[in-house]
Design a protein around this ligand. Structure first.
Ligand SMILES: O=C[C@H](O)COP(=O)(O)O
Length: 212
């Protein structure tokens, strides 16, 4: 399992890097628009802040332009590139073409059948917007479960995105998500429990340890 930061804000990527357990960064056009640098500069900075994958989502919608954009992103990000390609008819064609040379994920997947098509097209990762799916379809966790069932036995892995609580994060993993991507605040929330803090306070009050 891998936890990724879902952000293009450099200060957040720096903080996630210091955590030591966040192993890559996912971006999308909306997140890149929140950065104060042009996308090319932001992506180069993000690459410096992680040893793991840096995901870039294609904006173009025309087949040839998508190929060009994907190759350009790969030149900027280098060996850490994972392309995020939207789950559209042309998107699947682009995955089939680019996945032979660049790691591809398919994003904005809303059905188990789209996950199966993504796998056949050569995607290594399928991205499911868990909370959005709950809001739009009724049960995002059930969608993760269905996707996991369809992909069982294949190399294609599920990345859960649009996670709004620690409980939703855990439920996504239990349902079969291999990885999660989360905003910085959600990563911190995942690592925190009030009882852990209370327990530490208790030890601090009553215990002793090595002199340092
Ligand atoms: O890249 C996709 C985002 O993770 C979706 O999250 P959101 O539903 O919070 O916008």
């Amino acid at each position: 399992m891998t936890l990724y930061l879902d952000s293009a804000i450099i200060s957040e990527a720096e903080e996630a890097s210091l955590m030591g357990w966040v192993k890559g960064i996912t971006t999308n056009p909306t997140l890149l628009a929140q950065s104060d640098s042009p996308p090319e500069t932001t992506l180069k900075k993000l690459v410096q802040l992680t040893n793991g994958p840096v995901f870039y989502q294609l904006m173009a919608t025309d087949f040839d332009e998508m190929l060009t954009e994907g190759r350009k992103a790969s030149e900027i990000i280098g060996s850490q590139t994972v392309l995020k390609i939207p789950a559209t008819s042309v998107g699947f064609q682009v995955v089939a073409r680019l996945s032979v040379s660049i790691t591809c994920s398919v994003t904005a997947i809303y059905s188990a059948s789209q996950a199966a098509v993504a796998r056949e097209a050569g995607a290594k990762i399928v991205i499911v917007y868990v909370n959005r799916a709950t809001r739009l379809l009724g049960d995002g966790i059930a969608l993760v479960r269905d996707m996991a069932s369809v992909l069982r036995g294949s190399d294609t892995e599920i990345l859960g995105a649009s996670i709004k609580s620690s409980e939703e994060a855990a439920a996504s993993l239990q349902a079969g998500a291999h990885h999660l991507t989360l905003p910085l605040a959600m990563l911190k929330a995942m690592a925190t429990h009030e009882l852990s803090e209370k327990t530490v306070e208790e030890f601090a009050k009553n215990g002793i340890g090595l002199k340092i």
